[in-house]
Design a protein around this ligand. Structure first.
Ligand code: HEM
Length: 409
């Protein structure tokens, strides 16, 4: 698998500038025709069916049955004891679900242990950027993805965003952990649990009047295409930003980081024929599925405000740093998405971050001596650290659980 060419990725999408430019290019925000070829996937072949008409045919019927039988509370109870990659599914699960989990937790035949180990080391050394990009940046992108914003808003977890973010961060931290795919890690567990949650949401959300009113004709949420959209808002976006920030990126690291997310995609239930095999292929798919769908929604603006308020509370107990948080979020996702998300403008902090952040990165990468780093950079870094720490701590007190209802009306 080749590494990404810095030029290809940057010129193709202009990093976050891509999201700025696309607003001019696609005012209608229409979904584009699916032309991405399965030959660019990890499977190397496939039927080429538009993934917007494919969901999760293994998980969905099982979770529908679990919900209809009233098994959710006992299943969640049993799943609390399932915490490590090397652990068999716990006793007490209904047999259909147990069989499904046994199958779903197997790594794909193309998983490469050496690459996963290299990715773990890469994640650890780039943890600050990745947590910031996947946590804050990915969060701000997700609220500008209308289908995701509405699914999150109208599902059970939409009523308690702090807990929801903490739950989501469980998967994020699991992926970023040094033990990620080792026997004592928990990516496999968290990803398979997430697959169960998504399957449950596919069964529940169509009954939500709020979701049905705003789904734009989609009758079942979280299609394979929707999954790909969100997937690109995580590794593809993060890689573009790291390249834009001039983080040194040996091609073996880039390939390993991609591989980690390919395996994660598989465990989340994305079909191999849709998982990009290379960064070039990922970038092409991202341009086709992610760029055209970004748009503002009432739900996304509300969720963004809640998320940024929480972030400000964590980074500064008095809440005085909301302007810094606003500016950081804007810096991460660019003006167009920030405007769609309703993130307020903060001229002082925007300028400060645009100046200080690249210098902080250069210093961390040993490309710039300390005296040239503006002191403000440490304030920004500290805010990022507080954010990460907060969710690491919050995450320990929560777990990914199957919902049995939607958000109360
Ligand atoms: C739940 C991650 C795609 C909507 C979750 C959870 C995680 C997660 C970790 C569990 C946390 C929780 O229970 O709150 C991901 C990842 C994705 C992805 C990594 C793609 C790579 C999507 C998409 C949608 C979506 C495309 C909608 C269009 C939801 C909803 C929940 C959820 C509604 C349940 C919240 C609840 O319990 O009420 N996701 N997700 N996700 N996700 Fe996703």
């Amino acid at each position: 698998m080749e590494g990404p060419s810095r030029r290809t990725l940057l010129s193709a999408s202009g990093a976050l500038g891509a999201f700025g430019a696309l607003s001019l290019a696609s005012p209608a925000r229409a979904r584009t025709l699916w032309t991405w070829a399965p030959s660019g996937s990890v499977a190397g072949e496939g039927a080429g069916i538009d993934p917007d008409w494919v969901w999760d045919e293994e998980a969905d019927p099982v979770l529908a049955a679990v919900i209809e039988r009233g098994d959710v509370p006992s299943v969640n109870e049993a799943l609390r004891r399932w915490t490590r990659n090397d652990q068999a599914p716990p006793a007490g699960l209904p047999s259909d679900l147990r069989d499904f989990i046994e199958e779903a937790r197997r790594l794909p035949s193309w998983a490469d242990r050496d690459k996963l180990e290299r990715a773990a080391a890469f994640n650890e050394s780039r943890g600050l950027y990745l947590n910031l990009l996947n946590g804050v940046g990915g969060g701000m992108l997700s609220t500008a993805i209308p289908r995701e914003a509405r699914a999150v808003y109208y599902s059970k977890g939409g009523a308690d965003m702090e807990d929801r973010v903490a739950k989501t961060s469980l998967l994020g931290f699991a992926v970023g952990d040094l033990d990620a795919f080792r026997p004592g890690g928990d990516v496999v567990v968290q990803a398979v649990k997430t697959r169960l949650v998504h399957a449950a949401v596919r069964h529940l959300l169509p009954r939500s009047p709020g979701w049905s009113r705003t789904s734009g004709g989609q009758t079942i949420p979280i299609s394979q295409q929707d999954m790909l959209v969100t997937w690109h808002s995580l590794p593809t976006y993060a890689m573009r930003k790291m390249l834009e920030w001039k983080v040194p990126m040996p091609s073996a690291d880039a390939a390993a980081y991609l591989h980690l997310w390919q395996v994660t995609a598989h465990l989340l239930g994305i079909r191999d024929e849709y998982i990009p095999a290379t960064w070039d292929s990922a970038d092409a798919q991202s341009r086709q599925v992610l760029d055209p769908v970004l748009a503002p929604t009432r739900e996304g603006v509300e969720l963004t405000d809640i998320l940024l308020r929480q972030l400000a509370e964590q980074t500064s107990p008095g809440g005085v740093d909301r302007p810094l948080v606003n500016a950081l979020a804007r810096y991460l996702v660019g003006d167009q998405v920030a405007d769609w998300d309703g993130i307020p403008r903060e001229p002082f902090w925007e300028k400060a971050i645009a100046t200080a952040w690249p210098k902080l990165v250069a210093f961390r990468e040993k490309l710039l001596p300390l005296p040239l780093v503006p002191p403000l950079a440490w304030t920004i870094e500290e805010a990022a650290r507080q954010y990460i720490l907060f969710y690491l701590t919050k995450g320990q007190g929560t777990r990914i659980e199957i919902p049995e209802t939607n958000r109360p009306a």
